[in-house]
Design a protein around this ligand. Structure first.
Ligand code: H79
Length: 436
């Protein structure tokens, strides 16, 4: 009987299938996603050999801006000589981020850990000569931060990946080679999952093939067996937990309950010394306020140099962000999306108990600000992180109509934050809007 069972399960394995774990309930997912939904801000880190010449990560050879061999010459310049993961973690924490996501392997196939699944790693091929992932995970955890690991599913360096560059394909259809690639892919993920036990896996590069070819569903199930509470972004051919818009700040709230905008500080993911087109702290803070107002997170990217130091401009932006997030913490962490712009013309968030509405003022008001359609009575209005109480009045309320009046709030110039001012409205009960 035992033998029959064994044969049976082996047959399942060979069919490339795994029995799916019991379907997670909505409540269970909410619990698994809780830290992510409350965190709001994460730091993305693109670190790889592309920092040596300061060129596009992987895409520079894929698009033919540099030959593959010249690209790979960067291996000899990747020293990580001044890599200080504790300093990274302190800076990330100081920015107000609650998690970070580091590239363990970009599309170029160069692993930042000592992979046993291939030869191409910074351990075996660069003067860094050591695993860079484990110390990163430890440093983050020491600072109370959640650990995210980025992993590119496609690998333009692997001899069994069908695509090499935009012009050169290795093969079109060869199930044996593809299965070999999938085994390699699975093995690298097993290493990442079991060695580093990340809280989040950030997939990229799933677009060449459909979910069935990647075995995405089975892979998701397998990862959740390795790491039952891990969170996955959506780039596992849709078998993820949250939406992953890239660079484009959403105009309308994305439909999904969980999402995260990933965005560069300048125009590059990795370190490119020539790219000085940095967004200002003010622009970044306003984008961040927009994201949390619509119930999403911001994953803001930095690109360390090949020696492991973080460029000064990026340090300055993280510090400025930290000043603002510290002062306004109560309006950020653990909040939920606020009211639509019909009610207030700016970003808003709502406290967990729905009794405090936060208004984000991203410009200097020329008169009192106004909130429309608020049925609640307001108990108190104050400036977040400042303590000043503000005076307000309701105008236009008619006793014979259900429609609430307009709430006018005076905001004197001397309470304004130099970035974005936040006003807290303490309501008499859970937020109640008109019309229902
Ligand atoms: O790591 C950073 C980028 O290198 C990577 N994701 C971020 C986080 C990335 N860069 N570009 N993209 C992802 C978008 C991919 C664009 C594509 Fe296409 C357009 C994929 C499919 C259509 C053009 C055509 C490139 C490949 C095929």
């Amino acid at each position: 009987m035992k033998r029959i069972l064994l044969l049976f399960s082996a047959a399942w394995l060979f069919a490339g299938r795994v029995s799916a774990p019991a379907q997670e309930t909505g409540q269970e997912k909410e619990k698994r996603m809780q830290w992510f939904a409350e965190a709001k801000l994460g730091i993305f880190i693109h670190w790889g050999i592309y920092a040596v010449k300061g060129i596009d990560e992987s895409w520079s050879f894929y698009n033919g801006y540099i030959s593959y061999d010249d690209y790979m010459e960067q291996l000899s310049g990747f020293t990580a000589a001044r890599y200080d993961p504790d300093a990274w973690a302190r800076l990330i924490r100081e920015s107000g981020a609650r998690y970070a996501v580091l590239t363990t392997k970009h599309h170029d196939g160069v692993a930042l850990w000592d992979t046993g699944a291939g030869e191409l790693s910074v351990v075996k091929k660069t003067p860094a000569r050591r695993d860079l992932i484990d110390p990163f995970c430890r440093a983050l955890r020491n600072q109370g931060l959640k650990v995210g690991l980025y992993f590119s599913s496609l690998d333009w360096s692997h001899p069994d990946y069908p695509i090499f560059t935009s012009k050169e394909k290795r093969y079109a259809d060869d199930p044996v080679r593809w299965d070999r690639f999938l085994a390699f892919h699975r093995r690298q993920l097993e290493e990442l999952a079991t060695r580093f036990k990340p809280d989040l896996l950030w997939f990229d590069g799933d677009w060449d093939f459909p979910a069935e070819k990647w075995n995405a569903k089975a892979l998701r199930d397998q990862i959740l067996r390795w790491l039952p509470s891990v969170i996955l972004n959506s780039r596992l051919n849709g078998y993820g937990d949250y939406d992953t818009p890239e660079q484009g700040v959403p105009i309308l709230p994305p439909g999904s309950r969980y999402w995260e905008l990933c965005m560069t500080m300048n125009d590059s993911w990795g370190y490119q010394g020539n790219d000085r087109n940095y967004k200002s702290p003010n622009q970044i803070i306003r984008i961040f306020a927009d994201c949390i107002s619509m119930g999403g997170n911001l994953l803001l990217d930095i690109g360390p140099k090949a020696d492991g130091t973080i460029p000064e401009e990026q340090v300055q932006i993280l510090r400025a962000l930290g000043q603002w997030t510290r002062k306004h913490a109560e309006a950020i962490y653990g909040t939920q999306s606020g009211v639509s712009p019909y009610y207030f013309r700016g970003p808003t968030t709502l406290s967990k108990d729905r009794r405090t509405l936060y208004l984000f003022l991203d410009s200097r008001p020329v008169g009192p600000i106004v909130v429309k359609g608020l049925k609640n009575k307001v108990n108190r209005i104050r400036v977040v992180g400042d303590g000043t109480k503000l005076s307000y009045k309701v105008i236009g309320k008619q006793y014979w109509s259900e429609a609430p009046g307009l709430l006018y709030i005076d905001v004197p110039g001397d309470v304004l934050d130099r970035q974005v001012t936040v006003i807290a409205l303490l309501l008499d009960g859970p937020l109640d809007l008109f019309p229902k």
